[in-house]
Ligand binder design. Structure first.
Ligand SMILES: [Zn+2]
Length: 263
């Protein structure tokens, strides 16, 4: 049910959380919005060139041309500015609250659609980046990952020792989720009996199926988001508002509960 009282609604979540065996979080762009990262690339979405190179099919057709475009920071000022704003971003109170939850033992895993590594910077340890990381590259054949800056770009496209082509780790439109990443997600989802969906209203598959699957097998679904989403209707509790306010409140009330517990 929707509750406008933040203490009441976070305490409802805690009732479920303390009984959960394997609580997890699925996070999206909304959680990074308070770190100054736009939830979508407003200007670039209209750019034909950006959508051309954002498409996996066009990467496969001409990986060298794709790399040349990515390394060209001068001719795409908007993209360069966007990249710089992401690189300057630091974790906000929502990221920090989730890292705290993990340390307290009340969060086993984060599956994130974000590529900004802010969960890692906040101190969370068990994270699966389903859409990759902007700070890494990946071989499309063996799926080995490399720090982005370590990949030599004198000859394009760079190749892995296995002979596969290396690209940025971030998943392009039309690109399959890497098999190793997907199997990790499935493993986590199968174990989970509680999922909190944080800061994502625009769930894309396969992420969109995770809360539905957990609900179907009798698990708990929590939504924390500023706006209603397609999973609002299957949520046991809805936390409505900014995640950088809601999640710290959740942790604060959990700590009170643990301290003055009902024992
Ligand atoms: Zn390889």
């Amino acid at each position: 049910m929707i509750s406008i009282d933040i203490n009441k609604s976070t305490n409802e979540v805690i009732d479920y959380l303390i009984n959960a065996k394997y609580p997890i979080v699925l996070s999206g762009a909304g959680i990074s919005a308070d770190s100054g990262i736009p939830t979508f690339r407003k200007n670039d979405s209209k750019s034909t060139k950006a959508s051309y190179f954002g498409n996996y099919k066009n990467f496969i057709n001409d990986p060298r041309l794709w790399w040349e475009d990515q390394l060209n920071s001068r001719d795409n000022i908007k993209r360069t500015n966007f990249r710089q704003s992401v690189e300057k971003a630091v974790p906000n109170n929502a990221h920090l609250a989730l890292a705290k939850l993990e340390k307290l033992g009340y969060l086993k895993h984060i599956i994130t659609q974000n590529v900004d590594e802010l969960h890692t910077k906040a101190g969370s340890n068990n994270i699966t980046e389903i859409h990759g990381s902007r700070y890494k590259c990946r071989c499309i054949k063996c799926e080995k990952k490399f720090p982005r800056d370590s990949v030599p770009t004198t000859t394009l496209p760079p190749l892995c020792e296995c002979g596969g082509i290396i690209k940025f780790d971030t998943v392009l439109f039309g690109e399959p989720i890497p098999k190793s990443v997907l199997s990790k997600c499935i493993n986590v989802i199968n174990k989970s009996d509680f999922i909190m969906v944080v800061g994502t209203s625009n769930l894309v598959n396969p992420s969109a199926s995770f809360p539905k699957y957990i609900k179907k097998k009798g698990g708990i679904v929590i939504e924390a988001n500023t706006n209603p989403t397609p999973i609002s209707s299957i949520s046991n509790v809805i936390l409505r508002g900014s995640t950088s306010i809601l999640l710290p409140k959740l942790v604060e009330n959990l700590l009170k509960r643990l301290k003055f517990g009902k024992d």
